[in-house]
Design a binder for this molecule. Structure first.
Ligand code: FAD
Length: 503
């Protein structure tokens, strides 16, 4: 009867007769998408997750009770329009009606940015930025006003987006050949409202790819293009709905509080050691998909890996990232002329975002007071926990004195991803690597060891994005689906206690 089946049906038919038992480690987006896809292909899946919740670095915090209070995104918060897989999964999970525009850095004229002359509103910043930029130019060189305006805003935007160590390079670059190049481009079509006061950098960079490509700082220009885009989306009700919906749709179990502490690749499968409380157990698994960030994996006992893979695990670079969200009595920024978007506050705070109030206004509003990501150890994290909130509020009250009003700050939550034992970093990074090297690194990160497979943003061509987690999760699911069955499959997900406790 099945001889007339279409190829896809035939594959599912074969799978139904010979399903694989797959253990997925990590209930972040990569692990959950892979688990969902593997079940769809007819396999049996269990997920092991060390945390008590799903989503990993997609984490939405609810102030004053998740159901009704204001929400703060402590991990991923926006989706670029070009991230088609992410948007497709949002659609597939029935979340399309919750997609809203994400208002980004400097998208509101009332947003602030740090300038050498102090903080200025975006609408008032150009004269200061231009004057500062001109001051650093050699006296014998002259450039068109629009070129200097464009360069001055590029510098300000890179300051807001790029980590400190990279900013010097930009200044050197812009002061030299890039400014010459800029002077040869007609910047006038990109002036906001035709007035020589501000340049639409997003449109300018999107339409002048050659300009960005000539710079050592192309990565930052790419980031500026993304971070200043008006085509960014968010999810009303929280980004973690992606992970929660995926988990709800799984047939197999998600075991929380199961920390994987050892992975041992054998000829006939993988031995997975887990710790739950003080007890350690081991299980022989046929197929394992590991989505744990390599920053964490290098602290796990690994045997049976080849040298190249071990080197990839140990060498992958991660940047710390920290977010601090404040539950405010009210959205005070609205009466101060800010309807959304983000400021560059500078100092230890970095960026500040003003999410819209979508919950009952009587329950207050969430302010994303501080967001920082970069290669330097996070200076804010070095500030003792009990003083951290004070430091942030003191810095931020320079532009938002309302934060010092009695009763304005109701609660504060900090998520330092670099300190979090299940992440040990905000995101993997391949900045400053050329395309070939970056692809080699990606391929090695994703390369299986026996029947131990790998996924996660670090194994993808979109590191540091949900898009990458999805891309890699889907690729790994297909790889597991297609691979030859292990010689003598072990038909149990059961875990055997290891006598003597911890590994
Ligand atoms: C501050 C911040 C802002 C971001 N902003 C954006 C954004 O705006 N847009 C965007 O698209 N992306 C953004 N990202 C990136 C995005 O969140 C990640 O790329 C994506 O969520 C990674 O998914 P993952 O499944 O690869 O990894 P993770 O989400 O880290 O999942 C790995 C899972 O493994 C679990 N785990 C770890 N160790 C163990 C262990 N030993 N045993 C068992 N389980 C374990 C973890 O608890 C976690 O659940 C941001 C990230 C951060 C940190």
């Amino acid at each position: 009867m099945h001889t007339n089946l279409l190829p896809a049906d035939a594959a599912r038919w074969r799978t139904r007769r010979n399903p694989k038992r797959v253990t997925v480690i990590g209930a972040g987006v990569a692990g959950l998408v892979a688990a969902y896809e593997l079940e769809r292909l007819g396999h049996s899946v269990e997920v092991l997750e060390s945390r008590l919740w799903v989503g990993g670095r997609v984490r939405t915090h609810g102030f004053a009770g998740r159901a009704r209070g204001p929400l703060a995104e402590l991990g991923a918060m926006r989706i670029p329009a070009s991230h088609h897989r992410t948007m497709q999964w949002i659609d597939r999970l029935g979340l399309s009606d919750r997609v809203r525009q994400f208002r980004t850095l400097f998208s509101d004229d009332g947003n602030f940015l740090e300038t050498p002359a102090g903080h200025r509103r975006v609408r008032d910043a150009s004269p200061v930025l231009v004057e500062e930029f001109r001051r650093r130019l050699p006296a014998d060189r002259s450039y068109r006003d629009e070129s200097v305006l464009c360069a001055a805003w590029l510098t300000a935007s890179v300051n807001a987006v790029a980590p400190g160590a990279f900013q010097q390079n930009l200044h050197a670059d812009l002061n030299l050949e890039l400014l010459d190049l800029l002077d040869g481009i007609d910047v006038r079509p990109f002036l906001v409202d035709g007035a020589a006061e501000r340049v639409d950098l997003n449109r300018f960079l999107a339409n002048n790819a050659g300009f960005a490509a000539r710079s050592r700082l192309q990565h930052f220009f790419d980031d500026i293009t993304t971070e200043t885009s008006s085509e960014l989306s968010r999810l009303e009700g929280g980004m973690d709905q992606i992970a929660r919906r995926l988990a709800d749709r799984l047939r197999g179990p998600v075991h929380h509080g199961r920390k994987v502490v050892g992975l041992h690749v054998r000829d006939d499968g993988v031995v997975v050691e887990t710790r739950r409380g003080l007890a350690t157990a081991a299980s022989h698994c046929d197929y394992v998909l590991c989505t744990v960030p390599f920053s964490v994996l290098r602290g796990i006992r690994l045997t049976g890996f080849d040298d190249a893979k071990l080197a990839a695990v140990h060498d992958m670079q991660y940047w710390p990232a920290t977010k601090i969200a404040v539950h405010c009595r009210e959205a005070f920024w609205e009466r101060d002329g800010i309807s959304g978007g983000g400021s560059y506050t500078g100092g230890l705070v970095g960026q500040t975002y003003y999410p819209p109030v979508e919950s009952d206004p009587l329950l207050g509003a969430a302010l994303l007071a501080s967001y920082r990501i970069g290669p330097e150890p996070d200076a804010l994290v070095k500030v003792p926990r009990e003083k951290r909130t004070r430091v942030v509020l003191d810095e931020l009250s320079v532009i938002h004195p309302q934060l010092t009003e009695p009763g304005m700050v109701l609660d504060v939550v900090t998520q330092a991803w670099g300190e979090d034992a299940a992440s040990l970093g905000g995101a993997s990074v391949r900045w400053s690597k050329d395309i070939v090297t970056a692809e080699e690194e990606r391929a090695l990160a994703a390369q299986p060891q026996g029947t131990l497979f790998f996924a996660g943003e670090h194994c993808s061509s979109y590191p540091a994005w949900i898009e990458g987690a999805i891309e890699s999760g889907l690729a790994a699911a297909q790889e597991i689906h297609a691979c030859a069955p292990v010689a003598q499959p072990v038909r149990s997900h059961g875990y055997r206690r290891i006598p003597g406790g911890a590994a």
